[in-house]
Design a protein around this ligand. Structure first.
Ligand code: UDP
Ligand code: MG
Length: 318
């Protein structure tokens, strides 16, 4: 009998926990699935300030398949997913949101494809029902990012996915501190199967993403996958220098031929502004990379566990 691990990152999800637990139990006790698979449900409490942890503990007392890992503070969804994967024992794991935006019934299809030999099965969301600006901003972002990074990122392919043990081990072998899962999932490769589902509204609570945090996430995606932005700046720098040299040459020849004309305020200010802007961008980009190096070399754990029913005290926590 194989084991299926379900990993649910939870941050202030008290109001939707009962429902997701109920729905998951229904799906997992499905006749065909339960004859083939044992399961464990791993709730990762990412430093919630409501009674998420109490609710999860209550499930775990009644149901021995419920495991929990509770962080000492909010470390972010990436860390929560990582903790779940680290401590999962399944032959296969599925990561699913707590807010029921990821329909649990898809688990059955995912397992079917896993049985067919796929190592990653990804549920892809279509964007019906989302606001116009958000839809178009995301579309634009994915167009840009796919030109810039080495891995392929597809819109709507989020974290709702099945990973085989092989895929999990490959992911866990990537040691970086700054984790951009979408990129990492793509980086590890393997045969992928994509299934589509309709966008779902949250059942309760609210999204933890604000526009600024989405923007930061977008920048993370760009920066964490390669140094192409740095390369781009070098190209830009070279082009501008060449143009400058040509301009200076022309001006010099004109001075030789016609003498000094009225000093051009416009050219001067334009050059200063242009160069100033480019320099600021460059410094920003370099700063980003330096910042990342700073975080990586510290080798800090990606999360700290304060309570759990599967991790014994004093165990390596990262
Ligand atoms: N989440 C988390 N830590 C965070 C933010 C979110 O574990 O710092 C969890 C959250 O509880 C949910 C999932 O990640 O289960 C997706 O979050 P959310 O619904 O806010 O994101 P959205 O669906 O809007 O992309
Ligand atoms: Mg959500």
């Amino acid at each position: 009998m194989k084991t299926l691990s379900l990993i649910i990152p939870c941050y202030n999800e008290s109001s939707s926990l009962q429902e997701i637990y109920h729905e998951l139990s229904n799906v997992l006790n499905d006749d065909t699935l339960s004859t083939l698979y044992n399961y464990e449900i791993i709730f990762v409490n990412d430093g919630s300030v409501d009674d998420t942890l109490e609710k999860i503990k209550a499930f775990s007392i009644k149901d021995e398949t419920v495991k929990y890992i509770s962080f000492s503070r909010n470390f972010g969804k990436e860390s929560a997913m990582l903790a779940g994967l680290h401590h999962s024992v399944g032959n296969v794991a599925i990561i699913i949101d707590a807010d029921l935006q990821h329909p649990p019934r898809l688990i059955l299809d995912m397992i079917k494809y896993y049985e067919d030999g796929y190592d990653q099965v990804i549920a892809k969301r279509c964007r019906t029902g989302e606001s116009f600006t958000r839809k178009h901003l995301t579309k634009f972002y994915y167009r840009i990012i796919n030109k810039l990074v080495d891995v392929e990122l597809v819109d709507g392919m989020g974290d709702f996915r099945l990973l085989s043990r092989k895929a999990i081990n490959s992911l866990l072998a990537l040691p970086e501190y700054n984790r951009f899962s979408k990129g990492l999932f793509s980086w590890i490769g393997y045969d992928k199967k994509i299934i589509e589902y309709e966008n779902q509204e949250r059942v309760a609570g609210e999204s933890k993403w604000s526009l600024p945090s989405l923007l930061n996430y977008a920048i993370d995606g760009l920066i964490s996958f390669n140094s192409k932005p740095l390369r781009l700046l070098i190209h830009l720098g070279v082009i501008i220098t060449v143009l400058n040299v040509i301009y200076i040459g022309i001006t010099f020849i004109r001075i030789l031929l016609f003498g000094i004309e009225t000093p051009g305020y416009f050219t001067l200010i334009a050059a200063i502004l242009l160069l100033g802007g480019i320099q600021l961008i460059s410094i920003g980009v370099i700063g980003e990379y330096v910042g990342r190096i700073f975080y990586e070399v510290k080798r800090r754990p990606k999360y700290v566990v304060s309570q759990s029913n599967i991790i014994s005290k004093g165990e390596q926590l990262d």
